[in-house]
Structures are given as structure tokens and as C-alpha cells.
Design a protein around this ligand. Sequence first.
Ligand SMILES: C[S@@+](CC[C@H](N)C(=O)[O-])C[C@H]1O[C@@H](n2cnc3c(N)ncnc32)[C@H](O)[C@@H]1O
Length: 275
Amino acid sequence: MAESFREQCSHPMSSHHHSASYDNPLLAELYDASETETLDVELLQGLIGDSGPLNILECFSGTGRILIPLVTSGHRVTGIEIAPAMAARAVEKIALLEDSARNRATIKVQDVLASNWGAGFDLVVLGANSFYELPSPETQERCIEMARSALRPGGKLFVDNNDYKGGWGRGPFGQERVIFEGAGDDGTYGRWTLENLRFDEAAGVLHMNHRWHTRTSSGEEHFSEYLGSKHPVTASEVSKHLDRHGFHILEFFGDRSGNPHTSDSQRAIFWAQKR
Ligand SMILES: C[S@@+](CC[C@H](N)C(=O)[O-])C[C@H]1O[C@@H](n2cnc3c(N)ncnc32)[C@H](O)[C@@H]1O
């Protein structure tokens, strides 16, 4: 299966220095159609409460699933997003908002690790498994460090990830699973699959092969594939990063309904304050 796919690819296998590339308009469209979760946004809105319009930075902002509701609630929000196709979709949706809301949103297309995030923010959001986009504990910690620089004194940080419990080393490896699949507005079919290749136990890094297949309504096909890697982060790692970079943990949830974190929790959601 893998061999036949490789033969069909128009490019030799490339390597992506982060977990995955979302830079394709159809992929962004399929992402939007399948990622419609609102619980995390409601949890975040509840934590913000009625503290007034805030100046918020959301890193890994994608198509604006979290950013847009924050903007429509009256906050000024800057998003940082590496994939132009994801950013473009967010910009299209922002353009449909009423004038005042539209003017409160800014999207910057850049790698969060490449440069400074700006300063003076009231809140930084690292939501929706942001850390699973990154290849190492060092890059994840770097985000916490950069969040600190971007926040005003007393500013808040929201970090929401799966709480890794181990076991990725047991596989399964060599099995392709579908991440997104479907047809876009123009009838083009797209399918993004992922195959776990190996887990480096010492470094705690999963190496994966991503495959992207499209077929237009007239039957023209395109195949591409690339390698990516990610570090599955634990609650205790995030907790240590927060402590090391001068954050006080105000709340620690184990799910997006706002229940307290326990050793069985599937998620690790931190609401922290810059000391
Ligand atoms: C799973 S999506 C989440 C998007 C959005 N926050 C949401 O909850 O719907 C992750 C996004 O992070 C972006 N991303 C991954 N690595 C990045 C990086 N190093 N810098 C900026 N954005 C990145 C991806 O392009 C993708 O749009």
C-alpha cells in the first residue's frame, strides 16, 4: 500500500519540521467541517468571565474556531498561524463579521517558534492540543516562555492538551488512519491520512508519515506525502514548564466541562497567571 502510494506521489518524500502541515485550502475546508467543538471555547469564555474586553493572543489559531467567538464577545484578538491556507479561511470568516468585530481581529501568518509574539497581552491562548503540533519538549517549553514575555504582569494563560499517559511505543505502526476526508465546495475530494512509523522512547517523539490525496470532480488525482514528528505532552511536563517560567496555576481541569484534573483525566487544561 505504502509503496504504491509512493509511486503515485508527484514529489519525493519531504520532511516537515513540525507535526503536520495544514497548508492546503481543501484541507482547511475539511478541518472546518469536522472540527466544530465548542466546549473548550465555552470553558475559556467562562474563565474570562465579565473581566471586560481583553487584548488576547491566540497561537496556532487555525481557521478561527476559538478566535472568532472571542472577537464577537468583544475582545481584541491576534492570531498566529503558520499555514496561509488556514489563516486565509479565518480571514474569510472574519470578513463576514460586523465592522466593529472585524476590526478587533488580526491574523499573523508566521511560525510561533520563529519570532517574538508581541507584548502587553491580557491573555495568551494555547488551545486545542497546540503542543501536539510541536516536535519536542523544548519547543513546547519555549511556547510557555514566549507566552510569559507576551503577557502583561498578572496576565493569564490558557493551555489545553491531551494528558499523555504513555503507550505510544506499543504502536500500532504501519497502519494508515484517516484524519480528514470529504468533498469541498467545488466537489474536489480530499483525504488526509497518518501512519505512525516509530516512537523514539528516549526522546519521547513519535515519527509519522502524512499522506494527502485529492481528486477533482473531473477525476484528476494528486498525491503527496511527508514526514512529521510530535512529542506527546503530559500534565506534569506542562505544570513544570509553567512553574519554571513564573506562572501560578489558578485552575487545573481534566476535561473541557471544567471538572478538576485527576490521575485518570484525558485532558490537562491549565488556567495560569503570570507572577
Ligand atoms: C489542530 S489546529 C487548531 C486550530 C485552532 N486553534 C482550533 O482550535 O481550531 C492547529 C493549527 O496550528 C497550526 N500550527 C502548527 N504549527 C504551528 C507553528 N509552529 N506556528 C504557528 N501555527 C502552527 C497549524 O497550521 C494548524 O492550523
